[in-house]
Write a protein that binds this ligand. Structure first.
Ligand code: GLN
Ligand code: ZN
Length: 757
């Protein structure tokens, strides 16, 4: 057995790595473009690591996470660590280029898939485990960072994705069985790493096992006990800290506690920690208590956090204060924001402020509440100011919402709506359309930059956007599409655009958060009651409609997607906030209808994303998500056609909810799964119209007419012609005009061919 290291008292589970000013993003992208060499990239990376660590040490953490840096993603880093990159990248000689080839692909190599990290908006690279995968330790990155940290006298604690989570989130390939069946083999590799780390003087290692708070593995607790009993039994190893986050640890908590691991991390923001008191073995362990929210931006209620700490201290040998998860999911610092009013600022804590909260709480735990009474008073004051702020309680919104809910507003039955719409729109069978956005041209980007820098005024910006809209309408008329769109040139982002115009939201200046690889997003902060003071899209859409006799779809983002891609207030149930957003979107649909718009699309690409991690919570979520969508679309007449759009996910678990949205037309990503979703929708009893994407927009490849024709014939096996629409998989904003023009030309030709046959 190892000699147990002294317990630490204050830490975070991981930190952002993209750089306070997105330095890593810029450097990595330059490296990809071969505008800097590897040495220059590595210098940027090492500087970021050094600055991160030194600020954490200065702030007072006594254990600092390392190996949380990544050039792309921590799951991909772990695949490299355990020798599990797919054979198809093995031919790339340079290790860094091999890594990026796995992440992004190149001319010859298809990249690994990417998917959402639990219920966050971070995307990880999905490792592939096949019969040819042989695990072998490749510790260069971990050891390199440890050496750097040692040279800087950082009390370093390497963080590694744990073996259960790694395998549970990997995907089997080449007919291999479930990756988790290889757990014992993989655990041997981890044991080797532990021994090596102990030899380098490492005292603590953190193994991340968030999968233990989900229902992904039915026997998670048993696997945890087996894997950690084995790792704990290693003769030469550092002390082990198993971190869990994003939810409540149930039967896996006693299972872990029965193993020799020295520390267990629990998320006391997403979970209650109710199980802690019932696990006697914790009396021997360090409990790492995640009381500071690592994934939302609200300031911690110090008083209630210290209560939680005092409570778990009764059950554990010692308690360390921590964030609930890595602060990867929040922006670096509030210091970078100067546009926030003092009240709102006092309610917030970004990454570095959260570190301050952790050290304050650790001091309170050690020296007693009195030692941090000033901080507690400030926290209480902020909470009181938030409660009292009139922006959090818009009486008019609440009254209107209650009245609409009470009136039970719903639309007419689907067949009645279909008849009314067909009367009005007179569309051909297999109508052709697109999902909303057209290519973001250089002219659009220049106009946005010129407006921001003050080079042009709002009137000139509007003129340029209208020119873009006119071009896109002309293009669609030339192509012969049946239902047109305005192209969304005025939207930088489909959530931000609305957040900027709604009451109750605040858009940060520098609140960047990594979404995947070098891609960052700047989620708006939804802090108060939501209301729509003015129409948000009506001028653009009516302008587009004025240019054509064909119907132009109004284009809105749905309530669930707006919540999923924002930082959302935590002082009321999400369902209530969703309803307020829905009311705002509903107001917009009513105004679009009054302006003569006959078709309105309300996009919900993030419907799957907010699905709870535990099965028992899923139904309640889907109920309020569907209710919010229906509220947002129930204000219009039967003759106004409501569309929705879904993409980015496996629809399996939400297919019934998609049917329940009861949109008149649902466009849905389908090209990569070869129309499989249509059978699933039929099974769910869906009988409205559907537009399965007939080609994948994620690649620049132009699909042939025959290919699209074949897809449509495949679709017709599941959906009759009078209910089938023809459209791409998703919006076209990431593509270039020439390929979009050619692809849509082929799509229209294929639809005509199928119609006349
Ligand atoms: N209407 C949006 C667009 O076309 C939808 C984007 C999405 O589904 N993510 O860009
Ligand atoms: Zn989409």
């Amino acid at each position: 057995m190892s000699t147990t290291a002294a317990p630490f008292t204050a830490t975070i589970l991981g930190s952002p790595r993209i750089g306070p000013n997105r330095e890593l993003k810029r450097a990595v992208e330059k490296y990809w473009a071969r505008r800097i060499d590897r040495a220059e990239l590595e210098t940027v990376a090492a500087t970021l690591r050094r600055d991160t660590w030194s600020s954490l040490v200065t702030a007072g953490l006594d254990s600092v996470p390392v190996n949380t840096f990544s050039y792309y993603d921590q799951m991909l880093d772990t695949a490299v660590l355990v020798g599990a990159l797919p054979p198809r990248v093995a031919g790339v000689a340079d290790d860094l280029d091999r890594y990026f080839a796995a992440a992004r692909g190149n001319d010859e190599i298809a990249p690994l898939e990417m998917t959402k990290w639990f219920d966050t908006n971070y995307h990880y690279i999905v490792p592939e485990i096949g019969p040819r995968t042989t695990f072998a330790l490749n510790p260069a990155k971990v050891l390199g960072e440890l050496e750097e940290a040692a040279a800087q006298r950082v009390p370093a604690r390497p963080v590694i994705v744990g073996p259960i989570t790694f395998l549970a989130l990997s995907k089997p390939v080449d007919d291999a069985g479930a990756p988790i069946s290889r757990l014992d083999e993989l655990v041997d590799v981890y044991a080797e790493l532990l021994e090596l780390s102990a030899g380098k003087g490492v005292t603590w290692v953190q193994l991340d096992e968030p999968v233990l708070v989900t229902d992904i593995l039915p026997n998670a607790a048993e696997l945890a006990e087996r894997a950690y009993a084995r790792l704990g039994a290693s003769t030469k190893r550092p002390s082990l800290f198993v971190a869990t986050y994003f939810g409540e640890l149930t039967d896996a908590l006693p299972a872990l506690a029965r193993t020799p691991v020295e520390a267990i991390g629990v998320d006391l923001v997403a979970g209650s920690g109710a199980a802690v008191a019932a696990v006697p073995e914790l009396a021997e362990k360090l409990l790492v208590a995640g009381v500071v929210d690592g994934r939302n931006i609200w300031r911690t209620d110090l008083e209630s956090a210290i209560d939680k700490l005092a409570n778990v201290l009764k059950s554990a040998a010692s308690v360390a204060v921590s964030t609930s998860c890595s602060t990867l999911h929040v922006p670096y610092t509030l210091d970078a924001e100067d546009g926030i009013d003092a009240a709102l600022r006092s309610w917030l804590a970004f990454g570095s402020e959260k570190v301050g909260e952790v050290t304050t709480l650790a001091r309170g735990l050690k020296d007693g509440r009195e030692a941090i009474s000033a901080e507690i008073a400030a926290s209480n004051e902020a909470i009181a100011s938030r409660k009292a702020d009139p922006r959090l309680n818009n009486g008019e919104v609440r009254t209107r919402l209650a009245a609409i809910r009470a009136s039970g507003a719903t639309r007419g039955p689907a067949d009645q709506r279909r008849a009314a719409q067909q009367d009005r729109l007179k569309l051909p069978a297999l109508p052709t359309t697109t999902i909303g956005s057209y290519p973001q041209t250089t002219a659009i980007r220049v106009a946005r930059a010129d407006l921001r820098s003050g080079k042009i005024d709002a009137a000139e910006y509007e003129r340029r956007m209208k020119a873009e809209i006119a071009d896109v309408i002309t293009l669609q008329e030339q192509l012969g599409l049946d239902v047109l769109v305005h192209g969304e040139p005025e939207r930088n982002d489909m959530v931000q655009y609305f957040a900027e115009q709604l009451d109750g939201f605040f858009a940060t200046q520098n609140g960047w958060v990594q979404s995947y690889g070098s891609r960052c997003v700047r989620p708006p902060i939804l802090y108060g009651d939501v209301a729509r003071p003015n129409p948000m899209t009506v001028d653009w859409i009516t302008y587009a409609q004025s240019l054509t006799a064909k119907p132009v779809k109004g284009m809105l983002t749905g309530p669930v997607t707006i919540l999923a891609w924002s930082f959302v207030r935590d002082d009321q149930p999400l369902a209530d906030t969703a309803d307020q957003v829905a009311l705002a979107i509903r107001d917009e649909t009513v105004d679009l209808q009054s302006a003569g718009i006959a078709i309105i699309q309300v996009d919900e690409p993030a419907l799957r994303e907010l699905l709870p991690l535990r099965s028992k919570d899923k139904e309640a979520y889907l109920r309020w998500a569907v209710d919010a969508f229906r509220l947002s679309t129930s204000g219009v007449a039967d003759a106004t056609q409501i569309h929705t759009h879904l993409c980015y996910s496996e629809f399996g678990e939400v297919i019934g909810a998609i049917a329940d949205l009861d949109a008149d037309v649902t466009s849905i990503e389908a090209a990569r799964s070869h129309m499989e979703v249509l059978g699933d929708l039929n099974d769910a009893g869906f009988a409205n119209s559907v537009g399965p994407g007939v080609y994948d927009i994620h690649s620049p490849r132009v699909p042939g007419v025959d290919e699209i024709t074949a897809s449509l014939r495949e679709a017709l096996k599941s959906v009759p012609a009078e209910r089938l629409w023809v459209n791409p998989d998703c919006g076209l904003k990431t593509r270039a005009t020439p390929e979009v023009t050619a692809s849509l030309q082929h799509m229209v030709t294929a639809a005509a061919a199928v119609r006349s046959s």
